[in-house]
Design a protein. Structure first.
Length: 88
């Protein structure tokens, strides 16, 4: 992983106001250039609270480029868990 989509606005403000913490298991494909495609939430807790934020984060995530003949898919169905924890 060379870059993430995490910034100071990554934690949804409404969830933060409510005091919600949670996680989302995401899945996506990585092309030979290291860009992600087909971002999707597989399972989330609590449901629907963090899914949009998590898929947005993995959309901005970048991986190291790899050589693939014909610029084909570098990795299919990569799974990554995104956790949301309130500051202590």
């Amino acid at each position: 992983m060379t870059a993430t989509g995490v910034d100071r606005n990554s934690f949804p403000q409404e969830a933060q106001r409510w005091g919600f913490e949670g996680w989302v298991s995401t899945q996506f494909d990585i092309d030979a250039r290291g860009e992600t495609h087909g971002q999707r939430a597989i399972v989330a807790y609590p449901p629907f609270v963090f899914t949009d934020s998590a898929t947005g984060l993995v959309t901005k995530t970048r991986f190291a480029a790899t050589y693939r003949p014909g610029d084909t898919l570098g990795c299919g169905s990569f799974t990554q868990r995104v956790s949301y924890d309130l500051p202590r």
